[in-house]
Ligand binder design. Structure first.
Ligand code: SF4
Length: 281
């Protein structure tokens, strides 16, 4: 079995940075450590930290006295950060610098009196955080069709931004449609992360050369799900798994060339395990 593994598979800068911060807290501090929500969207990574005594808090009411709390890589809403600081916990901000830049860019545009249109998944933690910087009137949409159904007004100054892990081609379609619909240019914040674009591009390139694609990463990970989507869109049989035991072995055994990639929150050890298994088929 020939395996073509994406060079971009696995941790991005923001995830590596967040986990380095959490590792430092675990090894250098005696205080109990917690993360506010999953630090990244990968259950195997979360289990690893849980074994090392790191608690994952649902919200700020669960913060214990004296706890050190690490803010997740996706960032959190302004009100949650304020509530967190009010608990007296020592806060370590592991928000990805690119998400932070998107938050601040949105706040700046909002300061000019414009209203945000955000291309993203409404129920994603990063999106909830971004929206909190946008003030009243902001609207979120997950596709061009959803955008077309929004009650846009001609007397409102809009600006556009995207969740960092959104599909770049889809965003360009959104920009083009909005220009036409509003009959004018509007400010567009370039918030889509390069890590996402490179992973998606490489997934497309590989998907065109193989008989099946395997995408490894958390089922809750938006960027991993979209990697599987872009591979599938090339018409190739694509599976998204979190761990090696979830592979559809009978189906994959029939293929001779398989592409392998992974989301930005997938540890190398999980990708290696899948690669070793596929090579053994
Ligand atoms: S994908 Fe980009 S924005 Fe998201 S955590 Fe990684 S580097 Fe940051």
């Amino acid at each position: 079995m020939k395996i073509i593994r994406a060079r971009t598979a696995g941790f991005c800068m923001g995830v590596s940075l967040a986990l380095r911060k959490l590792d430092r807290e675990v090894t250098e501090n005696n205080a109990p450590i917690a993360t506010l929500g999953p630090i990244i969207h990968n259950p195997q990574v979360m289990a690893h930290y849980e074994e090392r005594g790191v608690r994952c808090l649902r919200d700020t009411t669960q913060v214990a006295p004296g706890q050190r709390v690490v803010i997740r890589a996706h960032g959190i809403p302004v009100a949650e950060e304020t509530a967190l600081k009010a608990t007296g916990a020592s806060v370590v901000d592991a928000t990805c610098p690119k998400v932070k830049r998107a938050q601040l860019g949105i706040a700046e545009e909002r300061g000019r009196g414009s209203t945000l249109l955000l291309f993203g998944e409404a129920d994603h933690p990063e999106v909830r955080g971004l929206l909190s910087y946008a003030g009243e009137g902001a609207m979120v949409f997950g596709s061009l069709d959803e955008l077309k159904r929004l009650p846009l007004r001609d007397d409102v100054d809009y600006f556009l931004a995207a969740q960092t892990t959104q599909d770049r081609a889809g965003f360009e379609d959104v920009v083009a449609w909005l220009r036409q619909r509003l009959g004018r240019d509007i400010p567009v914040l370039q918030t889509i992360c390069d890590a996402t674009r490179k992973r998606q591009q490489e997934a497309v390139d590989i998907a065109r050369r193989v008989q099946a694609m395997v995408v490894v990463g958390g089922f809750d990970s938006g960027n991993t799900r979209r990697l599987a989507d872009v591979a599938r869109a090339q018409g190739v049989f694509t599976v998204h798994v979190e761990t090696v035991d979830q592979l559809p072995v009978d189906e994959l055994r029939k293929k001779s060339v398989i592409g392998l990639t992974a989301g930005a929150s997938t540890p190398k050890s999980l990708i290696d395990a899948v690669q070793r298994f596929l090579e053994s088929l």
